[in-house]
Design a protein around this ligand. Structure first.
Ligand code: FES
Ligand code: FES
Length: 215
């Protein structure tokens, strides 16, 4: 199929070797539009979605449960949760680094579980509670992990920090007495180009009420 064929992927490009090239954003933009619907790429198999699952291809109005409130927002089927939070709802505390699931800067919690919001479709969130860095504090009282990051200088440029804090907060919510190895595992996907990891480990163990000697 050539790009000029009716129904062809409009932005798919054919390489000199005859293979098809499709960027991630094009993949998202032309993905099938229902939750969990398989996608047909050139040369690939596509599962036909049930008609009741189809939403889009234009904007769809949804309600997201975010930080204890309900927020109405219109999104495209290709809109990531990170885009919905930042560009539609103004919650810019969530950072986008790689936009492809490699750095975890965009980590938010879905029903308490850390996820990469750049890899999560806003339409797929459903009724799950989204917690962003803006929703971690309780009024003027910062979350213990936030307090500990400040006390232990666990940040430099700060770009990775919201995602790092969310991963650490999720760890303590599920494991209030983590070992150092638990902390390392919890932030294994959180890339910090400033190299603040030792301070992050220190801060999280301090927030858990223990020192760095615990293994
Ligand atoms: S921005 Fe989402 S993982 Fe890097
Ligand atoms: S503090 Fe700069 S990237 Fe982590």
């Amino acid at each position: 199929m050539k790009p000029t064929d009716p129904g062809a992927h409009p932005q798919a490009d054919e390489r000199e070797d005859g293979a098809w090239r499709t960027t991630r954003r094009e993949f998202l933009a032309y993905s099938a539009v229902g939750t969990g619907v398989a996608v047909g790429l050139p040369g690939g198999a596509a599962a036909a979605p049930a008609a009741s699952e189809l939403r889009g291809p234009g904007e769809v109005a949804i309600t997201l449960r975010v930080n204890g409130g309900r927020r109405r927002v219109s999104v495209l089927p290709s809109t990531s949760l990170a885009e919905a939070l930042r560009d539609r709802l103004g919650l810019t505390g969530t950072k986008v680094g790689c936009d492809r699931g490699a750095c975890s800067a965009c980590t938010v919690l879905l029903d308490g579980m850390p996820v990469s919001s750049c890899l999560t479709f806003a339409l797929d969130v459903g009724d799950r509670e989204v917690t962003t860095i803006e929703g971690l504090a309780r009024g003027a009282a910062l979350h213990p992990v936030q307090e500990a990051f400040i006390a232990h200088d666990a940040l430099q440029c700060g770009f990775c920090t919201p995602g790092m804090v969310m991963s650490c907060a999720a760890l303590l919510a599920h494991n209030p007495s983590p070992t150092l190895d638990d902390v390392k595992a919890a932030v294994a996907g959180n890339a910090c180009r400033c190299g603040t990891y030792p301070k992050v480990f220190e801060a999280v163990l301090a927030a858990a009420g223990q020192g760095l000697t615990r293994k």
